[in-house]
Design a protein around this ligand. Structure first.
Ligand SMILES: Nc1ncnc2c1ncn2[C@@H]1O[C@H](COP(=O)(O)OP(=O)(O)OP(=O)(O)O)[C@@H](O)[C@H]1O
Length: 227
């Protein structure tokens, strides 16, 4: 459902082009989970941005749900993103002027996929029942990230992309949030691609790839029974 074929990406810098991705091949099947590890600056966020169609490769091809992202214009990519993807970031990126219930519904509304029963179930499972009329600033960090996860999953995306989803949380809260994220993704049957420094985050996922010097190394193979 997500495929990178010989993807190259460099950034222009005052010192000349900075090569970040140097011929990436990657394939993620429906329902599969993949951890993307690598040192700071190795290009994990760059790869996630390309997967989301937020940026385009210099060379090679990124395909999402059988469609080449480069062949779409901005509006086409935004539509594909709305219909296919959920995005979760380390900084929660909630809308401060919307309350919990409206933040949760936002993505599903934009995707034309509001489902009241699923939103209600999500609110319960995220531990946010009773908090519907609060605003993000009135929530703890863990609650804010749970809400961000709920917002991303409310439209039932085929793929969830998460960039250091627990990076801003203490260890106990991070474990709880990760467990919840994995349970929801599994129940939805969504594929999952997580960029992380943390081997605790990577451990329960099906596969783990390490990005280094612009290339990917397969660090281990695991069966789905290890979910
Ligand atoms: N827009 C940009 N212009 C120039 N250089 C950039 C740009 N975005 C990222 N970079 C550089 O590209 C490299 C890869 O950055 P990226 O954010 O993808 O790495 P990362 O593995 O996600 O890092 P971290 O784990 O610290 O978040 C870094 O050297 C970064 O400084």
């Amino acid at each position: 459902m997500l495929e990178f074929r010989q993807v190259h990406k460099a950034y222009a810098t005052p010192q000349g082009p900075l090569k970040v991705l140097d011929g990436i091949d990657l394939s993620l099947e429906a329902g599969e989970s993949l951890a993307l590890m690598g040192e700071s600056g190795s290009g994990k966020s760059t790869l996630l941005h390309l997967a989301a169609g937020l940026d385009l490769p210099d060379d090679g091809e990124v395909r999402l749900e059988e469609r080449s992202i480069s062949s779409l214009d901005d509006a086409g990519r935004a539509k594909l993103r709305r219909e296919t993807l959920g995005l979760v970031f380390q900084q929660f990126h909630l809308v401060p002027s919307l309350n919990v219930a409206d933040n949760l519904r936002l993505q599903a509304r934009l995707a034309g996929r509001e489902d009241v029963d699923w939103s209600t179930e999500l609110i319960e499972r995220l531990g946010l029942a009773g908090f519907e009329t609060r605003y993000p600033e009135q929530l703890s960090g863990g609650q804010q990230q749970r809400l961000a996860i709920g917002r991303a999953l409310a439209p039932r995306p085929a793929l969830l992309l998460a960039d250091e989803p627990t990076g801003n949380l203490d260890e106990a809260t991070a474990d709880e949030v990760l467990e919840l994220l994995l349970a929801l993704v599994r129940d939805l049957g969504s594929a999952l691609l997580v960029a992380t420094h943390s081997s605790r985050v990577a451990a329960p996922l099906n596969r783990c790839l390490k990005l280094s010097h612009g290339r990917l190394d397969d660090t281990r193979q695991a069966g789905r029974e290890n979910w």
